[in-house]
Write a protein that binds this ligand. Structure first.
Ligand SMILES: [Zn+2]
Length: 324
């Protein structure tokens, strides 16, 4: 199945070559440094993240448009609100497979105000951290998607808790939970759709059309970060400055051995952010995961420690990249 995705990644690459709007070379953006709590990374708990993963998995299969995914949204939104985040439901309809009817999709977008202003201003955010929360629709099995996508969803909820303990810092983040990452049938070319990456394409277009895309320095996507045997495979389209920052964090925290680079691009939710919103975006993904898109993607394959490693690495990187 990895080969399958590799072939697709290559196909996508070729598609871009033949496309007028090719993969952008996005210049690094340097914005004023802000006050960042340098030890915040230590607060990220793998155990707390894992509890959220367990809750998502316990719901069962969570494909877009299902009744179950609404329960997943309730858990995500309630947890965010409890930690002090304001949650926007970005709701829209799309027809992923022509002739097969429209589905409802909902991205959940969390923003924070240090002074509890309502609604939270939308001009203070500088970095996007995101994950998809839908699971692949698979006939004949109850595909619970423990790693794909509960692991990154649970970790993002724990990140929200930790950031909220540093309110001034939290104002600089937009946490986004994408619906519709998984293709209903098969992925389409990401600029036009209609299938796969549906939530991230809609979000990226909204950022571009509202003019907000320019306020973001970079974006980090998490996908499949819970494998016991943690091997991050950064896609070849990772902006070099973001890869360097992550590797430097790995050296500092002693977890560099879990980070490697992948020979090909990987089509994932960071691609619309790069191509449509033109925000430097990286995908922290462990693509070396044999149960990927099988009924064996279950909780027993995951480890709280892997979630902790990625949560802490990311937080360390964020404080270094934004901080004074
Ligand atoms: Zn998937």
């Amino acid at each position: 199945m990895r080969t399958c995705k590799t072939i697709f990644a290559l196909a996508f690459c070729l598609l871009l070559i033949g496309c007028k709007e090719s993969a952008p070379k996005i210049a690094p953006r340097t914005l004023p440094r802000i006050s960042a709590p340098t030890d915040l990374w230590k607060e990220f708990s793998g155990e707390k993240a894992f509890e959220h993963v367990r809750t998502q998995v316990a719901l069962g299969a969570r494909p877009s448009g299902s009744a179950t995914i609404e329960k997943a949204r309730t858990h995500i939104a309630d947890t965010l609100k409890h930690a002090g985040w304001q949650v926007e439901r970005q709701e829209f309809e799309e027809t992923p497979v022509p002739g097969k009817g429209a589905l409802k999709f909902v991205n959940l977008i969390a923003r924070f105000s240090a002074t509890a202003v309502q609604p939270v201003p939308t001009n203070t955010q500088r970095v996007i951290v995101c994950s998809h929360y839908d699971t692949k629709r698979m006939s004949g099995i109850n595909f619970v998607g423990a790693n794909d996508s509960a692991s990154s969803t649970g970790a993002l909820l724990e990140l929200a808790r930790v950031l909220a303990t540093a309110p001034q810092f939290a104002e600089h983040f937009e946490l986004v939970f994408f619906d519709g990452e998984e293709a209903v049938e098969k992925f389409s070319e990401p600029l036009d759709g209609p299938d796969g990456l549906i939530g991230s394409r809609h979000y990226a277009r909204t950022l571009r059309e509202s003019g907000r895309a320019k306020q973001f320095q970079f974006a980090i996507l998490w996908d499949m970060i819970g494998d016991k045997n943690l091997t991050i495979t950064l896609p070849s389209d990772t902006p070099p400055q973001l890869a360097s920052a992550l590797f430097a964090a790995g050296e500092k925290l002693g977890t560099r051995k879990h980070l490697s680079t992948y020979s090909d691009p990987i089509l994932d939710d960071h691609v619309p952010l790069q191509i449509i919103a033109r925000i430097p975006s990286m995908d922290i993904i462990d693509f070396d995961y044999p149960p990927w898109h099988t009924g064996s993607d279950t909780l027993d394959k995951l480890s709280p420690d892997s979630l902790r490693i990625i949560g802490q690495l990311t937080l360390y990187m964020l404080t270094q990249e934004l901080g004074k």
